[in-house]
Design a protein around this ligand. Structure first.
Ligand code: F6P
Length: 365
């Protein structure tokens, strides 16, 4: 089919994950084969728009990438057009580079953009929409913390990876009669730790939404020990924090719109639990492995269907919308209504109630 419907720019923003290529593939193929758009791939998320790095994509470029991790377009979780960090005399300063972005879109004749990303990317999209760009969003993040959608693609694969890690730690914890604390990603939301903790039957699940009491956690480990279960598995979200205390910050990255990089809560927990309970404790951080490897079948299907819907919205010129899953069905919401919001776990979430039902401790009682 001749390319007559205009040019759409495509970018992947934020932390990468193995499902991005599945979306890129579906967007490019559907846009070209079904609707006759021309697709321009923007390299490294908003950074490519800022630095004017992009290229016209072909369907050949996206063949054989459905199950390949990462993103063929590259990504960046730092480049925010409104607050772009520039190193000036050894100091990071923020500049508004929106005008450059608009100029580059004009140079490339981009009529519209499809942006694939999480909360940071959608905040950037909200800003660009307010400057007249026509944007459609596709929700991606392993954290599952994007407002407006029940699930984001990428989360399921991260949950599977984390579950497998927790399963594997079970055996060594059991052999050595230890407390094993496994730190999982998720930033300020506990979806990943909650789901992987539930799926692996972790004895303690600690999430940012429920501040923990160290004595309660230590008592749970001792209780298990005296009941003959001489090991305890703890799934801890990186944003979990003690009651009245703060999240553990690993470092600050001043070039990033959100400079906080969490990390270290597992080590802190293992030290404190050992001190309080006398039980030998170890910690491990699963880290970026949660964002690598091949996507689950569920994520591939979700990525392809969400991407397809995004192109349908594009063809119908329904701009400013984020494709979402609501009540189990594909739908869309205005990006402006969700930009800048974080979706956390509700305290009465059925998964929390089910976990409590099987005596899982959340460190709060
Ligand atoms: O948002 C995705 C995520 O993997 C978070 O779970 C984690 O806190 C953060 O990104 C890590 O960021 P970076 O890749 O900059 O280390």
């Amino acid at each position: 089919m001749a390319t007559t419907r205009g040019r759409v720019g495509l970018l992947t923003g934020g932390g990468d994950c193995p499902w991005l290529n599945a979306v890129i593939r579906a967007v490019v193929k559907t846009a070209i084969f079904q609707h006759g758009f021309e697709v321009v791939g923007i390299e490294d998320g908003y950074l490519g728009l800022i630095e004017n790095r992009m290229h016209v994509m072909t369907t050949t470029e996206v063949s054989n990438i459905l199950n390949v991790g990462g993103t063929i377009l590259g990504s960046c979780n730092k480049a925010d057009p409104e607050n772009f960090a520039v190193l000036d005399n050894g100091k990071w300063t923020k500049r508004d580079v929106t005008d450059e972005v608009l100029e580059h879109c004009k140079q490339w004749n981009l009529d519209s953009l499809i942006v694939i990303g999480g909360d940071g990317t959608m905040s950037g999209a909200g800003h660009l929409i307010s400057h007249g760009l026509k944007i459609i969003g596709v929700p991606k993040t392993i954290d599952n913390d994007l407002e407006g959608t029940e699930t984001t693609f990428g989360h399921d694969t991260a949950v599977s990876i984390a579950t497998e890690a927790l399963d594997r730690v079970h055996t060594t914890a059991s052999s050595h009669h230890r407390v094993m604390v496994v730190e999982l990603m998720g930033r300020y939301a506990g979806w990943l730790a909650l789901r992987a903790g539930l799926a692996s039957g972790s004895d303690v699940i600690l999430i940012p939404e429920i501040p923990f009491d160290l004595d309660v956690v230590a008592r749970m480990c001792q209780k298990r020990s005296t009941r003959g279960k001489r090991f305890t598995i703890i799934a801890a979200g990186e944003g979990a924090a003690p009651r009245g205390g703060a999240m553990v910050v690993d470092h600050r990255d001043e070039s990033s719109p959100d400079p906080i990089r969490l990390g270290g809560v597992a080590k802190y927990l293992a030290n404190e639990i050992e001190k309080r309970s006398g039980l030998e404790s170890r910690s491990m951080v699963l880290g970026h492995v949660q964002r690598g490897g091949t996507p689950t079948a569920y994520d591939r299907i979700l990525a392809t269907t969400l991407a397809h819907h995004a192109v349908e919205l594009l063809a119908a010129e329904r701009f400013g919308e984020l494709v979402v899953i609501r009540k189990g069905a594909i739908d869309s919401v205005p990006i402006a209504s969700i930009a800048g919001k974080v979706r956390t776990v509700a305290l009465d979430d059925p998964m929390i109630r089910a976990a409590r039902g099987v005596d899982t401790c959340f460190g709060d009682a």
